[in-house]
Write a protein that binds this ligand. Structure first.
Ligand SMILES: Cc1cc2nc3c(=O)[nH]c(=O)nc-3n(C[C@H](O)[C@H](O)[C@H](O)COP(=O)(O)OP(=O)(O)OC[C@H]3O[C@@H](n4cnc5c(N)ncnc54)[C@H](O)[C@@H]3O)c2cc1C
Length: 477
């Protein structure tokens, strides 16, 4: 006799991270019967090993940098003392403060049945998770992604860190070698450098390749000025143990072999979707190395099963997992054929200066619309930026036919906070004149948005035609 419990909810969500929790909370609050299956910590990557600890570590690092930079404002300015154990405790304190929001208790309070076990499909309409069998009307796979470890010779013989372990360090790494120059690699490199580690970044191509190259150059210059050694276009030939540390043997662009000695190695070389051991074949769900195949309604090849967030490939951000959750709720609960739209996806890299982007970049916009043009405005011409001594960077806006805003990139202090009006503009298909006509409070960094929009009209406004018109009207009295 089997003692297995069988649950038959309206929706079964697999994975209690950014995407899964949003579906579970939303669906339960709308009256659906929901089961959530999570095999590890509630909150997933974002809370435990991603966004939250990385931003908390960066905050500590930026504070240290502020202490160093004080002298130019006439305020002290010296090398700060860093207690890395306290930095670790700060990071975990932030996680702990947010955790109740994602906890089993909160979700059970919302009426969600939480099963703490690994889920696996045993058929098109059934999963097993620990001692429970779940036969739901709809399933949502939200199992996230894991760090991809490139097949570098020797990697299995050396201890290395990933985002799953780096936030557990209680002692400052003497010399951190970071493999990977994407957003995670860049953030972690700057965070550790600011906290006093020596840092070397190794990147096979160029750092932050998905971003506007002019904006990346601003970040690159700052990372170099911070003292981070950046090697781009290099191949890591092998890694090996050296005493208590690790050696990375690289081949440079010019074919020269170099050995870099570090105390710790961090692999930040991309993500792979968590599709293994999910029994996808049993449910007729197709997946590739990029993730689970989904249509615009986020349905997998099994129409009763949705996939959202990192496991569905595409844009791997918490806000995208949350956006996907809304699409799935409309489809699964309200039977509305809601589809994803990706024309206004924002992202931010939280280095100092931050780099934020939404919509099309300059090259993509020109491919699509021959008339597209980019307008820019530097923070060097912004009074608030001058007052605060943070004049690095610029805003670049890509404008298409009839002044339609197609995309924007901002690199500079607080770029992530400044991108939001441009997300709205791209999402709603606003014209650049909408931004040019607003009243922007003075002195704010946000004024760059109005200024850049105004610059779109400068050639016409101050041209000969306007002069003639003004002279004519003046003559009329
Ligand atoms: C270092 C780092 C920094 C980041 N910073 C940012 C940032 O600043 N902003 C941003 O938007 N994004 C950031 N991200 C990305 C963000 O963390 C992810 O996009 C987001 O967590 C994806 O949400 P998800 O729901 O798809 O997966 P997750 O949040 O990872 O949740 C997946 C959950 O599924 C569970 N699970 C997996 N398999 C099973 C199974 N078989 N059964 C049951 N449970 C299972 C896992 O244990 C996990 O809890 C960062 C990522 C990293 C690594």
């Amino acid at each position: 006799m089997s003692s297995r419990e069988i649950l038959r909810p309206d929706i079964c969500v697999i994975g209690g991270g950014s995407g899964g929790l949003s579906v579970a909370a939303g669906a339960a609050q709308m009256g659906a019967n929901v089961v959530l299956v999570e095999k590890a910590k509630m909150g997933g990557d974002c809370l435990n090993t991603g966004c939250v600890p990385s931003k908390a570590l960066l905050a500590a690092s930026h504070r240290a940098q502020t202490v160093r930079d004080g002298a130019r404002f006439g305020v002290n300015g010296h090398e700060p003392e860093i207690d890395f154990l306290k930095v670790h405790d700060h990071v975990h304190g932030v996680i702990g403060a947010i955790a109740p929001h994602d906890s089993v208790e909160r979700f059970e309070g919302l009426g969600v049945k939480v099963v703490q076990a690994a889920a696996r499909f045993t058929g098109p309409r059934e999963i097993v998770a620990g001692e429970v069998t779940i036969q739901a009307k709809r399933f949502v796979i939200a199992t996230g992604s894991s760090p991809a470890v490139p097949p570098i010779p020797g990697i299995d013989e050396v201890p290395f860190l990933t985002n799953e372990t780096v936030f557990e360090l209680t002692e400052r790494p003497e010399h951190l070698i970071v493999i990977g120059g994407g957003p995670i690699g860049a953030e972690m490199a700057q965070a550790h450098r600011g906290l006093g580690s020596q840092v070397t970044m190794l990147e096979a191509f160029s750092i932050m390749p998905k971003d506007d190259p002019d904006a990346v150059e601003v970040v690159r210059k700052r990372l170099l000025r911070d003292g981070i050694a950046i090697h781009e276009g290099v191949k890591v030939q092998r890694v090996e143990r050296r005493g208590n540390g690790v050696a990375a043997v690289i081949e440079t662009k010019t074919g020269v072999e170099e050995t870099i000695l570090g105390s710790h190695l961090l692999v930040a070389a991309g993500r792979r979707p968590n599709v293994k051991r999910l029994g996808l074949e049993a449910a007729g769900i197709e997946a590739s190395p990029k993730g689970i195949e989904v249509d615009a309604r986020l349905r997998t090849t099994n129409k009763r099963v949705f996939a959202i967030g990192d496991v569905a490939g595409g844009y791997q951000f918490t806000h995208m997992a949350g956006y996907h959750a809304g699409i799935v709720i409309r489809n699964a609960l309200f039977k509305l054929p809601a589809k994803v739209k990706y024309h206004a996806v924002p992202w931010v890299t939280y280095t100092d200066p931050e780099l934020a982007h939404v919509g099309l970049n300059e090259a993509a916009a020109r491919d699509r619309d021959g008339e597209a043009k980019a307008i820019t405005w530097p923070f060097a011409d912004n009074d608030r930026a001058r007052a605060e001594g943070e004049t690095e960077g610029f805003i670049k806006v890509v404008v298409g036919k009839k002044g339609k805003v197609l995309g924007a990139t901002i690199v500079g202090s607080q770029a992530g906070e400044l991108i939001l009006p441009w997300v709205l503009a791209v999402d709603q298909g606003l014209k650049i004149g909408a931004m040019a006509g607003i009243i922007a409070p003075y002195p704010t960094r946000g004024e760059v948005s109005k200024r850049v929009a105004g610059s779109y009209y400068t050639p016409a406004l101050f041209g000969e035609r306007t002069r003639k018109l003004v002279r004519f009207l003046q003559r009329l009295g």
